[in-house]
Every structure is written in C-alpha cells, then in structure tokens.
Design a protein around this ligand. Sequence first.
Ligand SMILES: Cc1cc2nc3c(=O)[nH]c(=O)nc-3n(C[C@H](O)[C@H](O)[C@H](O)COP(=O)(O)OP(=O)(O)OC[C@H]3O[C@@H](n4cnc5c(N)ncnc54)[C@H](O)[C@@H]3O)c2cc1C
Length: 500
Amino acid sequence: MNVQTQIRAAEPVATEHFDVLIAGAGISGVGAAYHLTTQCPGTSFVVLETQKTFGGTWSTHRYPGIRSDSDLHTFGYRFKPWTSAPIASAAEILKYMGEVIEENDLNRHIRYRHTITAAKWSNETNLWTIDATRIDTGERLRFTTNFFWMCQGYYRHDAGYTPEWTDMAKFKGTVVHPQTWPDDLDYKGKRVVVIGSGATAATLIPAMAKDAGHVTMLQRSPTYFRTGRNAIEIAEELRRLQVDEAWIHEIVRRKILFEQDAFTKRTFADPEGAKKDLLAAVEAVLGKDYDIATHFTPSYRPWRQRIAFVPDADLFQAIKGGKASVVTDEIDRFTEKGILLKSGKELEADIIITATGFHLSANGGIDFEIDGKPLDFKDTVTYRGMMFTGVPNLVWVFGYFRASWTLRVDLVGDFVCRMLKHMKTTGVNKVTPALRPEDHNMPLLPWIDPENFNPGYMMRGMHLLPKRGDKPEWQHNQDYWAEKDEFPAIDLDDKAFVYG
Ligand SMILES: Cc1cc2nc3c(=O)[nH]c(=O)nc-3n(C[C@H](O)[C@H](O)[C@H](O)COP(=O)(O)OP(=O)(O)OC[C@H]3O[C@@H](n4cnc5c(N)ncnc54)[C@H](O)[C@@H]3O)c2cc1C
C-alpha cells in the first residue's frame, strides 16, 4: 500500500473551522496569508503545507546553483522591497520569504507537514470539508472552511518528469533528476551529462562545472537565453543617492515591467529582430567561431517558451572556458557507459542529470467533490485563470510565465480580499462562476494557446487543465499589463458570478 492509499484509508480524528483555508506555503500561499492579514483583518485562516518548511519551489529544489531566472524586484512581492542583486539564489529567496512571515506574524497560521488529500463542497452547508494528514504522525485531520484558496503551484513536488529512454537500466553510473537531488551526490572531477536546455540546465551547468571534470549539456533542440550583468543600473544609482528602498523597489519594478512588455510586444511584431538581439548577446561571449546556429538558435519565435536570464553569462563563460560543452542531438538509448546518440556518437558519463521538467498538476493531488460528485477541473471553464465554472468559493493562484509569477499573487490577493468583503457586506455565503447567456456559444479552447506558449510540461498536461473561452473573462491571458488594470475593475455584480 503506498503512502497516499494509507493516508486515505485512516479516518480523521478532529474538525476545525476557518473562514479561509490556504493550500501551500510557497510564494503564493505566503502572499495569500499576507493579503488576508492586511486586507481582511479578523478573517480566521490556516495554511496547510506538506513540506516541513515554507518556500515551495525554493525549498523543493536543492540542486547546485539553484536560483531565480527572473528578477526579484518583480518576483518579490510588491509590498516588500528587494534590496539585493536581481537574480537570487534559493537561499536568498527563502530568507526574503522568511522575513515576510516573521514581519507579519504569519507563522502562527501555517501548519507544516500537513498534506491535503480531499476537498468536498456541500451546497447544503455552503462549506468545503478538507481532509488532511500529518505526514510526521499519520494523524488524520478534518477542517471545514468557507473559502478554499489553492496556492499549491502547478506541478508535482514529489517527483520530476523523466522520459523513458531505452536501456536506461543498463547505465552503470548515477541518474539524478534535479527535483530530487541527493544531498550526498559527489560530482567532483566526474564526467556529467545534463539532459535538457531550460532554465534548470542553464543554472546547474555553470555551478557544477566549477568542480566537475566536465559537464555536457545534451539538448534535442536549442533554447533562447537572455544574458547580462546581474545588476540593475537604475537601482544602483538610486542606492548611491540614498533613495528609500521602498521607492527603489517600485521604480525598478515599473522599469522592468515596462521593458518586458516592450520586449514581448517586439517578439510578436518583429520576431526576427528580437531573435537577432538575443543571439548577438550570446555571440558576444562565445565569439564568432562558436556554432551558435546549431546550439543556441531555436526554431521557434522568442517567448513561445519562457526565456531564462543567464546572469553574468556564467553558462556561456563555462562553455568558453572549456569546462562545459553543448551537444545538440537526440538520444537513441542509454548504454553501460553513457548515452548513445542518434548520430552514432556515444557520450560517456559518470553522472546523468535529467533536467527534463515537471509533471503538471492542476489539483495538488487533492480529490475534489461537489455534493458527492467527483470534480475534474478539466470539465470546467476558467474565470480569468483563477476561478472555475460550477466550483463555489475557490480560487487557484496560477501566476505568469512571461512575467514573474508573484505579480499575479498580489493581483489575485487583492481580488480575493475584495470578493470576501463584498460577500460579507451583501450577506451571501457562496460565489460560483457561471457562463452568462452571451457566453454559451463561446468556443471552448485549451487552457493556453500552444501557438502562444508551449513548453513541454504544458503540452504533456494540457488535457488536465480547465478550458478557456475566447473572452478576457474566461481565460488566463498571461498579460500582466492588461490585468493590473482589469483586476481592480472586475465588476463583482457581473452575471459571471452567481451568489447564494
Ligand atoms: C527551479 C524553478 C525555478 C523557477 N524560477 C522562477 C522564476 O525565476 N520566476 C518565476 O516567475 N517563476 C519561476 N518558477 C516558477 C515557480 O514555480 C513559481 O514562480 C513559484 O515559485 C510558484 O509558487 P507557488 O507558491 O504558486 O507554488 P510552489 O512553489 O509550487 O509551492 C506550492 C506549495 O504547495 C504545497 N502543496 C502542494 N500540494 C499540496 C497539498 N495537497 N497539501 C498541502 N500542501 C501542498 C507544496 O508542498 C509547495 O510547498 C520556477 C520554477 C522552478 C521549478
């Protein structure tokens, strides 16, 4: 019997009630707790978190060099200034989150090692019943809540995604997925092959190259990267002028967001120009003789997948210095000594790192029911990527891909608090998104348009996600610049919200 089955088998022993229950203490859950505390004082709430500490992504991932790939002025919350270099290590992000928890006395609301297993809504009581298990004691707990705020992220934390390659078992060395990094992995002087070319590979490779014998990045196809100094000039200048950090945070956020928006628009209006600029920055480090056409020139338009920032060009410096190299080829099969490529070449390795992505998870492994009927989110239509048709009193925080995730944590936080206050003043217990008469002939489409954004984990898991419509209300448009104005203007009396 696996742990989940055992967890589900035992009976709960206690029931507690909270106005709001938050799933997860990652950057979204901690942000949700902050907004509730500051915008809805007096609201009782609890945060249930599987892991033994806060941080989510930033405590799960422990591979060498783990860092953000977007700047912390926008990945940080709008309410707490970021005062260091823009690209930050997981340790720095955890320190920042720890300060938010400490400064706002949030710890008393968070219960660690609590896994939510089931969430059942009753239209009779207008409550969610949430079953959870303490993973340290096995104790079953039951909560009831008026409002369920899902901050459980978008991927499974227990295991990463590794494709099944032929003869993997034959390999005599060690295979590691970055999501489950062994603390005692010794790679000093070893030959390492990293399969993948996303942000994780770009982070791992320069960090490992310092001690490894050699690190090879094996990619099927290239990825775009941005590169530059890990510093923001205007922030440095304002600091020299002793400007208040809160001002610096706000000014730098606006500048970064403005520039990101301009760049995103350019990737649609002038994809070739944007591509040329990205590749020129790589060539500036690797030199004209390096085969950039093969190894760093993707076939897709920039921004169709997230573009990772490579601070101080460290990935390219490792390649230039000969400590790392890139092979663009396909895996035929594993061998005792390494990997046989489709080209016929064999890559020998002591350690193979599969930086091959995530398992998308829309529901945090939670079994959902509404009035005794199983709920599958793929059968719903999303209201602005945060609520779902037919699902009362529930919000899911799904951030941005092209901009920092946390920008949306703050926007959704404002929305939920406004909605909770509206429900309180109008004396209603339930809000359920529903298609309006004018929406009934609307085409129902996948969560995100693959023409617009198509990383592997989204493509593998799209069928699990709710549907989107073709109107702004019924989609997650990934556009912070539109949503920053649209969210505060959402009409809570719109017919898309059915109250009861
Ligand atoms: C290596 C890596 C680097 C990234 N870098 C960036 C970046 O630089 N910029 C950016 O914008 N985005 C980045 N992302 C995306 C990133 O995941 C999000 O930005 C953000 O950290 C997600 O925060 P979250 O709190 O929503 O979810 P998570 O960080 O996934 O946290 C969710 C939490 O919920 C808990 N949980 C899940 N299910 C349950 C359950 N059933 N019961 C109880 N608890 C549960 C989990 O244990 C976890 O702690 C990165 C992702 C990865 C993997």
